[in-house]
Design a binder for this molecule. Sequence first.
Ligand code: SER
Length: 875
Amino acid sequence: MQTTREIRQTFLDFFQQKAHQIVPSAPIVVKNDPTLMFTNAGMNQFKDLFLGLKTPSFRRIADTQKCLRVSGKHNDLEEVGHDTYHHTMFEMLGNWSIGEYYKAEAIEWAWELLTAHYGIDPARMYATVFGGDEAEGLPADEEAVAFWRRYLPEDHILYCGKKDNFWEMGDTGPCGPCSEIHVDLRSDEARALSPGSALVNQGTPEVIEIWNLVFIQFNRRADSSLEDLPEKHVDTGMGFERLCMVLQGKHSTYDTDLFDPARTYLEAKTRIRYADAPHMQQVAMRVVMDHIRAIVFTIGDGQLPSNTGAGYVIRRILRRASRYAFSYLGLHTPFLHELVPVLAQVYKGVFTEVGAQEAFIARIILEEEKGFLSKLEKGSQMFDAWLSEHRGAARIDGQFAFKLYDTFGFPIDLTRLMAQERGLEVDMAAFETLLQEQKTRSREATEVNTGDWIVVHPSPDLPRFVGYDTLAMQTRIRQYRTIRRQNKAEYHIVLEETPFYAESGGQTGDRGLLRSSLESIRVLDTKKENELIVHTVDRLPQEADGEWHAEVDAQTRHRTSQNHSATHLVHAALRQVLGSHVEQRGSLVSESVLRFDFSHFARVSDEELTQVEAIVNERIAADIPLTEYREMPIAAARAMGAMALFGEKYGEQVRVIVFDSAFSVELCGGTHVPRTSQIRLFKFVSEGSVAAGVRRIEAYTGEQAAAYLNSQLALVQRLSEKLKQPASLEKALDDLLERNRQLEKELAQLNSEKLAALRETLAGAFETRGELQLLRRIVQVGSTDDLKQLSFDLKRSAEGRALIVLGAVIGGKPQLSVILSDSLAAENRYHAGHLVRELAKPIQGGGGGQPFYATAGGKDPARLQEAVDKIEELL
Ligand code: SER
């Protein structure tokens, strides 16, 4: 049997022999492309090459790419686990031709590899081809059919429609007809009975697609028209997990040796044998085996779980795994993190980022698991509380189920499961309505309508950034467009050459001005969209053609550069003081602040911060000149000691920024001050935690740091004045605090004496109402705690069946408390919660609590007496 490792290697070797350049997988998390969150196909990283926006270094490329299909056009999340061959994260083996070979070679080589090298039986193979589409005005792909006829009999070549055989990356972008290779895995008997051709594209796990050969010849524009590309390309993608399943003679991707280690771990942990487990337990195990890969690879590429964007997608995947394990595998404590070393082993030598960050990734996952499990527990408590308040209810209110889901992250199927266990159902119709409403709201909030570019000066070359050397220049407008975000218009301009730095590597984009002889336009921000440098402007030009003067706001740029250079210095100083485990995890460099996230497991102490600050300020005073290498081979940069960040995509040539080669060497595309002395001053303003094992510092430089220090001094001055300018401010403050503590103690003493006296008086004020001892009073107490204390004390000393209703005005607000003596509570006749809700009506209040004790707060203190007296009526 070929192992999965061998299968992957065979693919890469085969295409290397066909003169392909083997490249590393791009990071799974996509940066700089507003149309895409995660890499969803091997071709993503080559999008600009297909569109002709960038000149290729190689025209034949092959790789194995980490892909994730959980959002946007390609989304398989809800299926994963329920069937035996879908995945969230998967590897895509691919080969590409950038304007070189086309259909003949793509088909020939696919055939050769699958049959001669992998040994798949040709009789089991089917090819689908694009059957044409009238609405698009596209003919059937007879060319591909002709090539397939060389290898396959007529009845193994199938024409299919646009849905299956016209591949598009997203709503816009490169696309074209495709030809898929399907394999029939059924037994010889089954195949003799019915032809596999009838089962292609029918969702049968036994007749599945393994390889998609896309012939890219169009660009789908935003107005949905197809534009011919200047060159034709090949983009193939083969599902690695499925290929392994075919070659290893399995009927599920999860049965291949790729998943053996994770399955073995789960079986040992749960003592459930996967092969014999009931259906839902198998589903849950597949969910875990699949999801842990998606989680580990995205965190490994620098995306931490969070509440927005890509981070939120990861959080949801992690919770889905955690909840399936919780509900079906009996795993109620964190365990996902234990799978990180298992994966590190599986991908050793292939995706080394997992092994290199094993402890870090595990720590992040553990914290997420803990957080989610505690939410599950809180949700369970709320669920029980709801049940006891709604005794006799036949079903769980949709609104409550939605609240559990929305506020506590409590999955709806778990709520249903728990309801089922108690013989209840959930009002799913109401839940679904609320969920849909929420989805519509959030879709509306994030809706972006991107208009097509209006091209003023077409050019095959990408716009050039010249802003390392100049802040002002003459240039021309290459293209512009309008996009609408939540119906607000945003205007974009691309220049032929630009001095504006586009936001990246944590540094914010430049601002400034564009001027022609006729008009002047403000640049509000600059961002990258793939390789394009896009200027967001306050309005579109009336006359775009002609010469434009582009000028960056020099002060903003200077302050940002001060902060960026200081970020490098602080990075180096942190490593000196805390140790070389400190690695950059994120950064923000703007004109007003620098923020730096890094791996470190403890709080950075004040002494450590002082040391780091001192080193940075010493390096500033040393007036170190900037050394910039604009284009250095990446190997040489590493040899100089520059560290690459995980999840960043670096080219062959990199830019290296050095401030003293023995101190700070970094791969960096940002802007910097020419000498460290221009940073002037460095001052920390905060230190805190962002996630498990990730700390964040914020600091100021230059004028901002000076202003900050001055404001701190002024504060001390003001405080000193308030304390009448004592000789020692610190001692004066300590004295004041001490005196305050004394007073609080005395006050507490007085208060408890007062409460005791009140209790004495009230103990004699019970009145008899039938078989009940009733006490109703407005009392004067200082806090709700006192009111509670008094209620409980009175209950304790009360005899027989007693009911105590107290009212008080606390902080201007009316408060009520109802408490039952133990013997009365035991009868279950009165419910304090129900009583207090009725009593609170006159004071326009609400509240609740347990059957024996409940409280309510209200708005109208003038009617408190009425509220307290209402008890007579209720009884
Ligand atoms: N882009 C195509 C796909 O994802 C082939 O690589 O299926």
